[in-house]
Design a binder for this molecule. Structure first.
Ligand code: A3P
Length: 297
């Protein structure tokens, strides 16, 4: 299959109040009826918040010692299927991939806002790991991603992209609603571990420790050190099973998947005027939230 012929850039449309594309709504019935198991672990993020990073960490924590060959032979997007993706022409149907997973626990990724998560995950009291990233860097990362991957709507120029992000006209909707919705859910559903990209950059080992206590894992210091090393940006960037080089419809000549992995790259993109406009709008949108982000560390 030639992904260039079977994949094309989709339109954004309103879906139950959230901007979406057909790639993530076409399989809605099967996704909503997905039978989660109690030991499934859902990795949930707004796109570009560190999904792949945390997926690799969890995969190593659970399977790094028992089946090390996984890491060198199966791409991360197969080890951790993307629940709602539906692109059968390139063999990407998240529900089928998840159902075929031979491992326990199953690690499953979603970019859904919290209200779209299939009910069985709540009913089974599944553990969920949510990763959030500061809005400015998240926007910049998403911009470069939309430029390079053909399953996303055209990014257009930066000035327009900036406005679209503020308005929430992005695939998977508004960043503000996403991070706040999951944060609110955490107050009533105790099986969510809410983590921040910036904390991972600051001290990956410490964040792995916190993840382990949430998951009830106790790897040795040596194993933890090994995992911390394997998920460093430069190591993952070189790893073809983690860097998305095997994924269809991405043009790394435009921008690599593992792009910079930094906190504060927004400063290379935002103009002074954009930054002021952004901050003023952010204060209004987030005024009722107790969520605190760091745009620099
Ligand atoms: P940048 O575009 O800012 O570089 P996701 O996996 O949710 O799509 O997120 C991708 C973003 O996470 C990219 O951000 C990517 O570089 C960054 N990333 C992935 N692995 C990383 C790692 N090990 N260390 C730091 N950043 C990482």
């Amino acid at each position: 299959l030639d992904p260039d012929k079977t994949i094309s850039r989709p339109e954004l449309f309103d879906f139950h109040g959230v901007s979406m594309t057909h790639y993530f709504t076409d399989n809605w019935e099967a996704v909503q009826n997905f039978p989660a198991r109690p030991d499934d672990i859902l990795i949930a993020t707004y796109p570009k918040a560190g999904t792949t990073w945390v997926s690799c960490i969890l995969d190593l924590l659970y399977f790094g010692q028992t089946s090390p060959e996984r890491q060198t032979s199966i791409p991360i997007h197969e080890r951790v299927p993307f629940l709602e993706i539906f692109a059968p022409s390139v063999a990407l149907v998240g529900t089928d991939q998840a159902e075929k997973l031979p491992t326990t626990p199953r690690l499953i990724k979603t970019h859904f806002p919290v209200q779209f998560v299939p009910k069985s995950f709540w009913e089974q009291n599944c553990r969920m790991v949510y990763v959030a990233r500061n809005a400015k860097d998240n926007m910049v990362s998403y911009f470069h991603f939309d430029r390079m991957v053909k399953v996303q709507p055209e990014a257009g120029d930066w000035k327009d992209y900036f406005q679209r992000f503020i308005k929430g006209k992005m695939v998977f909707g508004s960043w503000y609603d996403h991070v706040s919705g999951w944060w609110k859910k955490k107050q009533t559903y105790s099986n969510i571990h809410y983590m921040f990209f910036e904390d991972l950059v600051e001290d990956t080992g410490r964040e792995i420790d916190k993840l382990c206590s949430f998951l009830g894992l106790s790897p040795s210091a040596e194993v933890k050190k090994q995992i911390t090393g394997e998920v460093q940006f430069d190591t993952m960037k070189k790893n073809s099973m983690a860097n998305y080089s095997t994924f269809p419809a991405m043009d790394f000549k435009i921008s690599p998947f593992m792009r910079k992995g930094k906190v504060g790259d927004w400063k290379n993109h935002f103009t002074v005027a954009q930054n002021e406009e952004f901050d003023e709008d952010y204060r209004k949108k987030m005024k009722d939230s107790t969520l605190q982000f760091r745009s620099e560390i």
